[in-house]
Write a protein that binds this ligand. Structure first.
Ligand SMILES: [Mg+2]
Length: 393
């Protein structure tokens, strides 16, 4: 019954992701209904809403105008997708500490494969880490296949964890309305209702051949799903062609040191992801978007592949300084491409300064994995200027 024999599957899903990021970054929005998707006077739909807003019947996909009628006092916010992408990358970097078997479903949802008996404990650790390091609520479902992991996660929400065993299906799943089964949309639900099928249990016990006659090949999968059977495997991503991070500043930046500090933070994320995947790259690219939205990228290709934060940052910094023109800057990004797995272990090729940089990066990775990402900061990140700025915030 399991997708991969001897494995357990986790479905990790951030709760009300966009709204949770906004509530995390703006304490004044906490415990308030928050609706992300645009302002009420603009057309558009709800992209995400906090659980406080859901109490009023607001849900994602609903027109903003309707959401405003249901919950006029909510905080309405525009979608800041670039920021959510950055946060999502941080969440996925946490998953990568626990397994390489990750299937990205969407910006806030992923399947993870873990060795048998390790699923629940890992899900617990992931939830704790995401909460401690990123301050975000995340729910997790654990089971032997993707379908049951997904359903366990739905039952666990919000901010919960649940394990669902195949033998739990009759008790836990069969009582649910059939539309709760993944793959059953409004159209299918209507057809099933016409046949007298209202719950997942009724679908499970219905003769399979009649379901297939009614719904075609989809019917076969749905009948299996209703019985807790799912043979789909985790589809991990192919090797990436590049690894990059970018961020849009909350406000346009005029201060060069501030832009460079951000570039360093992004470089550390890129370096970390490279090392996690045991990849190195020969091309370093930076991206700059100016206040007037003009966007440039500049690259340098090296003789040897690199993966150390210090080395990547040195190149990114030079590229920035010789191309940054006049402020303000709206976005900066850094990317490493021309990736190569082979050179990872060939340390002998490196100069002693390279070796030191790589060693330092590894030590920092270890400390961060043990104590959280803020445990270590490079000297340039805690310059006097920076710390006084942080105080002002
Ligand atoms: Mg979610």
């Amino acid at each position: 019954m399991s997708a991969i024999k001897g494995h357990e599957i986790l479905l990790c899903d951030l709760d009300a992701f966009f709204a949770s990021v906004e509530q995390r970054d703006h304490p004044e929005y906490r415990e308030k209904p928050v609706i992300v998707g645009g302002r009420p006077d603009q057309r558009g739909v709800v992209a995400a809403c906090s659980y406080e807003a859901r109490k009023y019947g607001v849900h994602s996909g609903m027109p903003i105008s309707r959401a405003e009628k249901l919950c006029p006092d909510a905080v309405f916010l525009p979608v800041d997708i670039e920021r959510y992408r950055c946060v999502s990358a941080e969440v996925f970097a946490i998953y990568e500490r626990f397994t390489a078997q990750i299937e990205k479903v969407s910006i806030d949802e992923a399947y993870l494969a873990l060795p048998a008996e390790k699923g629940f404990e890992t899900a617990r650790k992931i939830r704790k880490t995401v909460k401690q390091e990123l301050g975000l609520p995340i729910s997790a479902g654990v089971s032997v296949n993707k379908l049951l992991a997904k359903m366990a996660c739905e039952l666990a929400k919000p901010d919960g964890i649940k394990m669902l065993r195949p033998e739990d299906v009759p008790k836990e799943i069969w009582r649910l309305p059939v539309k709760e089964l993944p793959g059953v949309g409004p159209h299918t639900e209507k057809k099933l209702k016409q046949a007298g099928i209202k719950t997942i249990g009724q679908l499970a016990k219905f003769p399979k051949n009649r379901i297939i006659k009614m719904l075609g090949s989809v019917g076969e999968s749905l009948h299996e799903f209703a019985n807790g059977i799912d043979t789909r495997e985790i589809e991990t991503e192919q090797e990436p062609k590049s690894i990059g991070e970018e961020t849009t500043f909350p406000k346009d930046v005029y201060d060069r040191e501030k832009a460079l500090t951000t570039l360093l933070k992004l470089t550390e994320q890129v370096g970390y992801r490279l090392r996690r995947k045991k990849l190195m790259g020969r091309t370093v690219t930076i991206k700059i978007r100016f206040g007037d939205f003009r966007t440039i990228t500049r690259s340098r290709t090296l003789e040897e592949a690199v993966d150390a934060d210090g080395t990547i940052y040195r190149i990114a910094r030079e590229l920035f300084l010789s191309n940054c023109g006049k402020p303000p800057w709206r976005l900066v990004g850094v990317q490493v491409s021309n990736l190569d797995k082979g050179s990872y272990e060939q340390v002998s090729l490196f100069s002693s300064i390279e070796k030191k940089e790589r060693q330092l990066s590894k030590v920092i990775d270890e400390i961060r994995e043990r104590y959280g990402r803020d445990a270590v900061k490079r000297a340039t990140l805690i310059s006097r200027k920076e710390s006084s700025e942080q105080k002002r915030l």
